[in-house]
Design a protein around this ligand. Structure first.
Ligand SMILES: Cc1ncc(COP(=O)(O)O)c(C=O)c1O
Length: 440
């Protein structure tokens, strides 16, 4: 007989048959409640939440906030978000992602933007778009705008060079770009089109959702946007290869692939990437936010159209040009006074009427929504390529534009009061135009 105890392998007792240390969930009650507390739930509601969340003994396994380690039988929230996005936008592929900027970074890379490549984007938008191009070593080329404040399709062609890879129309401030002529130029020059829809989810052009007209659509679900959840984003496309490249940059660990360790299925499929995976907690919020999209957009449209239909025309006032009056969202009314001094008077009088209105004016503070101020991207040298003056329409319209925020929850009476107030103020300072009322 040996002195050695029998190995478990040979029928002996197990050395570590069962654990006695009690595990805590990896993400548990306190983490969930620390979020709930921020929303001001009353103590008894918090106590009920505590009991509910603490009810399950999940040991060290969860609940987890990562889509690939979902402790529950239900599908991960990230997947649900993507399924819903595909359904709403009617596209083949959707990827939930950490932000609109991440979405743009992946989209530009997917279509081949890299060192030396040029991307034409509007002189007005937000720095995230040009930043995503620059991050890849590409060069943003700013296209001047027209009175829709969107990129002017007539000014794109002269900017195209042998290095141009893509156009990035940005549907900003809830309005839409004139996509037909933009797509026409892209087709003629064999350029890809990345639509930046961060500020306009749910807007449509000729009946189609923005984001589905070009090659890839990028959205932000950040708290600042109309269906904002917290910090989130979305990429949509019908192109399988672009989608795989988006996924590869967003998640280089390859968990998205049918065979994670398989060789590349086609040239350009695999390359070093990063991690832009959306957390399950944010995805859970974004599923609900995305479900609200049509209603939110519908409310904005109803209120803004009701106001616009009632507005009278004046010689000194040019309403923002509308590229698709049925499709834009309309969370902001915009118009251009003929002179700054008039704009100052109009804004002051509107505010006195209880209508929030603002104009940046000629001495406006720096702003990351205009090309020349995007200093981290274009540099700060006074002689920089994209200094003020390069896109004169954008310089002028950005400073001279009067904006009035629309509230989706305004009643018909509220909308009528706002319309009456705008008419009252404009009539006091401007000359009535010989044109039927209505700005639509
Ligand atoms: C036009 C535009 N593109 C992209 C972004 C970036 O989105 P996110 O803040 O989710 O990164 C924004 C955000 O303000 C935006 O306005």
């Amino acid at each position: 007989m040996s002195d050695h105890p029998e190995l478990a392998l040979n029928g002996g007792e197990k050395a570590f048959a069962s654990r006695t240390g009690r595990a805590q969930p990896k993400v548990g009650v306190e983490e969930f409640l620390s979020i709930a507390e921020r929303f001001g739930f009353k103590p008894d509601a918090l106590e009920r939440l505590r009991k509910t969340v603490g009810n399950e003994d999940l040991e060290g396994n969860g609940p987890n906030l990562a889509r690939y380690i979902c402790a529950f039988p239900a599908p991960p929230k990230g997947e649900e978000f993507e399924r819903l996005a595909k359904e709403i936008f009617g596209v083949q592929h959707a990827l939930s992602i950490t932000s609109g900027t991440a979405a743009l970074h992946c989209a530009f890379h997917a279509v081949g933007v890299g060192p030396g490549a040029e991307v034409i984007l509007p002189a007005l938008g937000f720095m995230a778009t040009s930043s995503a191009v620059a991050l890849l070593g590409g060069k943003p080329v700013f296209c001047d705008v027209d009175e829709s404040l969107q990129m002017d399709p007539a000014r794109i062609e002269p900017l195209i060079t042998e290095h141009t890879v893509a156009l990035a129309p940005t549907h900003h401030w809830g309005t839409v770009c004139d996509m037909d002529p933009i797509l026409e130029v892209a087709r003629r020059h064999n350029l890809k089109v990345i639509e930046d829809c961060a500020q306009a989810p749910g807007a449509r052009y000729r009946g189609r959702h923005v984001g589905t007209l070009g090659d890839i659509g990028c959205f932000s679900i950040s708290a600042y946007k109309i269906i904002g959840g917290g910090e989130g984003g979305l990429v949509i496309t019908d192109d399988e290869h672009f989608f795989a490249r988006v996924c590869q940059l967003a998640e280089c660990g390859g968990l998205w692939r049918p065979d994670r360790f398989g060789p590349p299925r086609w040239e350009g499929e695999l390359f070093p990437g990063t991690n832009y995976r959306l957390s399950e907690l944010e995805s859970a919020v974004d599923v609900i936010q995305l479900r609200k999209l049509e209603n939110v957009v519908g409310r904005y449209r109803r209120v803004s159209r009701r106001i616009l239909r009632q507005l009278r025309r004046f010689e000194e006032i040019t309403p923002q040009k509308v590229n698709d009056s049925a499709g834009e969202i309309g969370y902001m009314l915009r118009f251009f006074p003929a002179r700054f001094e008039l704009g100052v008077q109009v804004c002051e009088a509107l505010r006195a009427e209880g209508i929030g209105a603002s104009m940046r004016g000629p001495n406006r503070p720096p702003d990351w929504h205009i090309y020349s101020d995007m200093v981290p991207v274009v540099g700060a040298d006074p002689q920089r390529e994209w200094r003020p003056g390069r896109c004169p329409r954008a310089d002028d319209l950005f400073a001279r534009c009067i904006g009035i925020g629309v509230d989706q929850w305004w009643s018909d009476t509220d909308a009528d009061c706002v319309a009456a107030g705008i008419n009252k103020v404009l009539a006091a300072y401007c000359t009535p135009a010989d044109a039927p009322p209505g700005w639509l």
